[in-house]
Write a new protein. Structure first.
Length: 277
């Protein structure tokens, strides 16, 4: 069976783009599952799939994050990778789907785990917000704070790969979008409008537009429920395969797993710069 991909909430499991992409396992927080159940569930995943890659959002509540580390420590397993991501919720969901797509390719678990950092650079994640008064994850200047108090003000914010913020109005636009084929996914919160589909999608020349339910963590991440979250990402498994396959592979000097990039996804051991040159 392919390497297992796990997420920390069901709303981070987006529909599969094709019939070959497997689903993700959902690991429940401590208030919904006791430790014994969590250990049994994780053990079953390892027995069935061999390796488990867990996408751990930076916004995950501390008790849930501690539970993941506790389970890995108790099982003393070097086959569990906890992959931290700073992407906003919808972007994290797209990253999880891309990792699921890679599991059907001929990549080793170590390469898939370390590919998470690579793929993050190719995800354009942002939101349209009704206010930026409390936003602290993207730099907001004093002028934008002042404008956020104006009635009906809306802002387009890009969080990844490069933070950017503009007040929506005539001629307002985000920086140039992806220079590769993407689909745009958006999710509505408590904000009216169709700017991501009507304005952003043509500007970024995306090849498809999809709508999904808003992840539960999105209002807290963006510091307002008045939002429409969006993210553009590579949808094609073949393109993802070529992207990952084009990167030089190394062997982790600590755990021996194959990897790409400068850090092992399983044990987090950095790769010396000399070995990458």
């Amino acid at each position: 069976m392919p390497t297992a991909i796990a997420v920390t909430s069901a709303d981070l499991v987006l529909p599969a783009p094709d019939r070959h992409t497997p689903a993700a396992a959902v690991l429940h927080p401590p208030d919904r599952q006791d430790l014994e159940q969590a250990l049994a569930e994780t053990t079953a995943l390892l027995e069935r799939h061999g390796h488990l890659l867990v996408l751990v959002p930076s916004w995950l509540p501390a008790p849930a994050a501690r539970r993941l580390h506790t389970v890995r420590a108790i099982l003393e397993s070097d086959r569990i990778a906890l992959l931290r991501t700073d992407l906003p919720p919808l972007g994290a969901a797209l990253l999880a789907r891309q990792l699921r797509q890679l599991t059907v390719c001929d990549f080793s678990p170590g390469v898939i785990a370390s590919a998470a950092r690579l793929l993050t650079h190719y995800i354009y994640a942002g939101a349209v917000l009704g206010t930026v008064a409390k936003l602290d994850r993207v730099p907001v200047d004093l002028k934008a704070h002042a404008r956020s108090w104006a009635p009906s003000a809306q802002f387009a914010v890009l969080a990844n790969p490069t933070p950017h913020l503009v007040k929506l109005g005539p001629g307002a636009e985000l920086p140039r979008g992806p220079e590769f084929a993407t689909h745009l996914t958006f999710a509505r919160g408590q904000l009216a409008g169709d700017w991501p589909a009507d304005a952003l999608a043509p500007a970024w020349q995306v090849q498809g537009v999809l709508e999904n339910p808003l992840p539960a963590a999105s209002p807290a991440w963006w510091a307002t429920p008045k939002l429409i979250e969006f993210a553009a990402a590579i949808p094609d498994t073949g393109v993802l395969y070529q992207l990952v396959a084009s990167v030089r592979r190394e062997e982790c000097r600590w755990c021996g797993l194959e990897l790409i990039g400068d850090r092992c996804g399983f044990c987090a051991t950095p790769i010396p710069a000399l070995s990458r040159s």
